[in-house]
Ligand binder design. Structure first.
Ligand code: NAD
Ligand code: MLT
Length: 559
């Protein structure tokens, strides 16, 4: 059942089921997206647009998921203290209106809909390029003012001209194919694409932006706004262009230095400027607006019926699939995992998570370094998520709200040095995860694997082979491999009425009578007094209890 409320309508709290998943829609999205929310089982939603400040913060605290466009600004302050929100879906590409670092720290996944508005934005870029070249806006205004001036508005053809494209991702490539059909030559720059990839797109690659500038009649940028792209085109770059170059920006304000654009137009160096996006939005006042040769739209690149339906439907689907089934797609602050990959690695995520708990339980001091090794078939997967799962386990008893989204960040913030390596070589098992944690002069090692689909097994402790269930209560002790040790430990546990569910003793094959490790799966916890007695035995030099989740008990993010 769903609930909709306009900003002025209070929530009908009597209708809200306590266990329902609650979604807040923070910007206007297409009705088709709202229809999907309406039809979704177990989901309730409210529309609350125009929120900011404390109002936004208290609204967000009441919901599990949020859908937005670029209107609302989801700042660190608006997320502060939020323990409920799990995901934000952006109906659109740019997520610069969301503080992703703050969301990540709180374990909130941020997703976007990268493809829904690509074509619309590429078409808008072409529209601006054509409009600029053929003086459409001033000619229209002049005609409406009663003038029939054909000479003044004579323009330029696109055919035969050179277009420079900076950023050859989805939109950049769509623009390129449209520009080619207009008979333009295209030169492009994108440091993340190889020259041969760029050539295959029918674009002449440039090693640097500077190489492209002297060649172009038109320049369009299609990159995100990043520290590298901010102010990418300023006075210095404009100076390198041919006189009369025309500049278009349908990506993000701030990539062009707006002051330099004004100066370039004033000096006659630039033949025209067309902008859809601005340094600060909404932007209703700019020195550019009054200048001839300027064509501006209010961030309309994605504003078509088709694009808005597509991004709204996609954002709602992403959000509901994540909140209901844990499926992460198009995440911008964590690794996206499709359902098939998730199914493949789910069991090992559980192994990694349990190993994290085990290692933090075994290591008595402050952990400073973590080394993880993924071996065998598992090494073929993207192992970053497994590392995150390990970190969740490591922080389980240390940090509140650690989850698969924020755990690695939280570990880094604690100064933990995490090193990972993957090796396709198989040892005894098809796949295995090995962890070594160090700090405070202590080092602990363990390896885990998965038996069947859902039986995490501990197969090595401190490099001694073993075979123990990775669930419930584990008593791990190191000792000398001599008769009597196991009987002694068993007797102490029996006196405490602690039942041993399974027992494994391991030592290196060549080390008869040397050091060995004992791992006991117990049905209940051993009191410290019993552990103290265990440690009194001359052959035993360490003994530690570790509590792992019960068999089949999984954290929320894994179910
Ligand atoms: P994309 O991720 O598919 O492509 C971006 C490209 O920029 C990538 O190929 C990347 O390698 C490249 N890039 C990154 N840093 C670069 C740098 N320093 N120099 C050169 N290239 C660099 O993204 P997209 O979907 O094509 O979107 C592009 C931009 O358009 C984004 O900023 C997005 O927010 C914006 N956008 C605007 C509208 C609108 O309404 N005006 C609509 C959709 C998207
Ligand atoms: C985007 O990043 O998707 C665009 O800027 C479109 C929008 O928000 O309307």
């Amino acid at each position: 059942m769903s609930i909709t409320s306009s900003p002025s309508q209070p929530t009908n709290s009597e209708m809200i089921k306590p266990d329902a998943i609650r979604i807040i829609v923070l910007d206007n999205i297409a009705q088709e997206g709202l229809d999907l929310l309406e039809q979704a089982e177990g989901i309730e939603y409210e529309i609350q647009t125009g929120l900011s400040g404390a109002e936004l913060q208290s609204a967000l605290a009441e919901f599990d998921g949020a859908v937005c466009r670029s209107g609302v600004k989801i700042t660190a302050e608006s997320l502060a203290g939020n323990t409920r929100l799990k995901a934000i879906a952006r109906a659109g590409v740019g997520t610069d209106n969301i503080d992703k670092a703050a969301a990540t720290r709180l374990g909130i996944v941020v997703m976007n809909t990268p493809t829904g508005n690509t074509v619309s934005t590429a078409e808008h870029t072409m529209a601006l390029m054509l409009g600029l070249s053929r003086n459409l806006a001033p000619a229209h205004a002049s005609l409406l003012a009663g003038k029939w001036d054909r000479k003044k508005f004579s323009g330029r053809q696109l055919a035969g001209k050179t277009l420079g494209i900076v950023g050859l991702g989805r939109i950049g490539q769509e623009v390129a194919s449209r520009a080619r059909s207009f008979g333009m030559t295209i030169v492009g720059y994108d440091p993340f694409l190889s020259n041969s990839q760029i050539e295959q797109l029918g674009i002449e690659p440039c090693e640097k932006v500077e190489n492209l500038l002297p060649q172009i009649d038109y320049l369009t940028v299609h990159t995100p706004l990043t520290p590298e792209t901010e102010g990418l085109i300023g006075a210095e770059q404009i100076a390198q262009m041919k006189p009369g170059a025309r500049l278009i920006n349908c990506a993000r304000g701030g990539i062009y230095d707006e002051r330099a654009l004004v100066e370039g137009l004033e000096s006659g160096k630039l033949g025209g400027v067309a902008l859809d996006v601005y340094r600060s939005e909404p932007c209703t006042d700019s020195p550019l607006f009054a200048m001839p040769g300027v064509l501006c739209t209010p961030h309309l690149g994605a504003s078509t019926e088709e694009a808005q339906i597509q991004v709204a439907e996609e954002a709602v689907t992403l959000l509901t699939n994540f909140l209901k089934h844990g499926e992460i797609r198009h995440a911008v602050n964590t690794i996206a995992v499709d359902p098939q990959t998730m199914e493949k690695i789910r069991g090992y995520l559980d192994v990694a998570y349990r190993m994290g708990i085990l290692m933090s339980g075994r290591h008595a001091g402050a952990i400073e370094s973590v080394s993880l090794e993924y071996c065998g078939e598992l090494a073929e997967q993207d192992t970053r998520l497994l590392t995150s799962a390990f970190c969740v386990g490591l922080l389980e008893n240390i940090a509140d709200h650690a989850n698969i989204i924020n755990a690695a960040t939280l570990c880094e913030e604690r100064g933990l040095d995490i090193v990972t390596q993957a090796s396709r070589e198989q040892d005894t098992f098809n796949s295995m995860i090995s962890a070594t944690v160090g700090g405070d002069g202590i080092e602990c090692q363990a390896s885990g694997t998965l038996f069947g689909k859902g039986m995490p097994r501990l197969v090595m402790v401190d490099h001694y082979p073993t075979d123990a269930f990775m669930d419930g209560f584990l008593l791990i002790f190191t000792h000398q491999d001599i008769p009597g040790v196991i009987g002694y430990v068993g007797n102490i546990l029996a006196k405490e009425n602690v039942n041993i569910a399974q027992m494994a003793v391991g030592r290196k094959a060549e080390d008869v009578g040397g050091r060995a490790i004992g791992v006991l799966n117990l049905d209940s916890e051993t009191p410290q007094s019993a552990l103290d007695q265990v440690l009194e035995y001359p052959g035993i030099d360490s003994a530690r209890m570790v509590r792992l989740p019960a068999h089949n008990e999984m954290p929320d993010w894994l179910t």
